[in-house]
Design a protein around this ligand. Structure first.
Ligand code: ATP
Length: 240
C-alpha cells in the first residue's frame, strides 16, 4: 500500500463573493515533502492557502488531507484535523510573552501537561532563541525572532500539514538564512510543508518541488533539483 499524500488538491476553483480568483488548481504534497508555491503578486497563492484552510468560498474541487476529504468543511474543523497556517504578517499577541503565544497554539491539548511540554521542548530545540526569550513580551523580539515564534505556535498543534505564507517577508538577510535553516530542519523531522514564497532562492533551498502560479492557475511544476540557473532566471523573470 502507498502512503496517502499529506495534501491532495484536485480541480479547486475558489474566490471571494461571486468572483473566482483561483481556477482548477491541482497539487499535492507527499507526506514529509516540502513544496513551494511561487508566483508574482496577486497570482492567487495566498488564496490557495486560504481555500485549503476553509477560509473562503469553495466552488469546485476536492481537498484531501491524509486521504480524508475536507472539502467544504469549516475552518475550525480543518484546523482541528491538523492543518496549520502561519499567515503573512505573523499575527502574534505582541503584549503576551513568547511562551504564552506558544501555549495558545496548544489549546486543543486541553491542559495535557505532558503533551504540551513535549511540544514546547521540540519548539525550543528547533529555535533556541525562542527559548532564551520565552518570558519576554513578543513585541521585544526582532521580526525574524517573531516569525520563529509564529512557526513555533503552529508546531504546538502538531500539524499533519503546515502552510506558511511568505515567512521571509520583511526579514533581514541573516534572519532569512536562519528561517531557511529552520524550515529545512522541520522538513528533515518529517513535517509536510506547503510554502508560499517570493524568494526563489529560499524556496529552492528548502523545498523538494515547486509549483509556479500565475493568474490563479498553476502554470508549471518542477522538482527543485531540476531547476538549473537558466530555469531560475526564467522564474525570476516571471516573478518580476
Ligand atoms: P501576494 O503575494 O500579493 O499576497 P498572492 O499570489 O498571494 O499575492 P492573493 O492574495 O491570493 O495573491 O490574491 C489573488 C487575487 O485575489 C488578487 O487579485 C486580489 O486582489 C484578490 N483578493 C485577495 N483577497 C481578496 C478579498 N478578501 N476579497 C476580494 N478579492 C481578494
Amino acid at each position: 500500500t502507498t502512503t496517502p499524500d499529506a495534501l491532495g488538491v484536485s480541480g479547486l476553483t475558489a474566490g471571494y463573493g461571486r468572483f473566482d480568483v483561483i481556477h482548477d488548481i491541482s497539487l499535492r504534497v507527499a507526506r514529509g515533502e516540502a513544496v513551494a508555491l511561487l508566483g508574482p503578486n496577486g497570482a492567487g497563492k495566498t488564496t490557495i492557502l486560504r481555500a485549503i484552510m476553509g477560509m473562503l468560498r469553495h466552488k469546485h474541487g476536492t481537498i484531501r488531507i491524509d486521504a480524508n476529504d475536507i472539502s467544504g468543511l469549516p475552518a475550525h474543523k480543518i484546523a482541528r484535523g491538523h492543518v496549520a497556517l502561519v499567515p503573512e504578517g505573523r499575527r502574534l499577541f505582541l503584549n503576551q510573552t513568547v511562551e504564552d503565544n506558544l501555549r495558545l497554539g496548544g489549546l486543543h491539548l486541553r491542559g495535557d501537561r505532558a503533551a504540551t511540554e513535549r511540544l514546547l521542548s521540540s519548539v525550543f530545540e528547533l529555535f533556541p532563541v525562542v527559548e532564551r526569550y520565552r518570558t519576554r513580551p513578543a513585541t521585544a523580539l526582532s521580526g525574524g525572532e517573531q516569525q520563529m515564534v509564529a512557526i513555533g505556535r503552529m508546531m504546538m498543534s502538531d500539524p499533519k500539514l503546515m502552510l506558511l505564507d511568505e515567512p521571509s517577508l520583511g526579514l533581514a538577510p541573516l534572519a532569512i538564512q536562519d528561517m531557511a535553516r529552520a524550515l529545512i530542519t522541520l522538513r528533515e523531522r518529517g513535517q509536510s510543508i506547503l510554502l508560499v514564497e517570493q524568494r526563489v532562492d529560499l524556496a529552492l533551498q528548502v523545498c523538494d518541488r515547486v509549483y509556479v502560479v500565475n493568474g490563479g492557475r498553476i502554470v508549471r511544476e518542477s522538482a527543485a533539483s531540476e531547476i538549473d540557473a537558466a530555469g531560475r532566471e526564467l522564474i525570476d523573470a516571471y516573478l518580476g
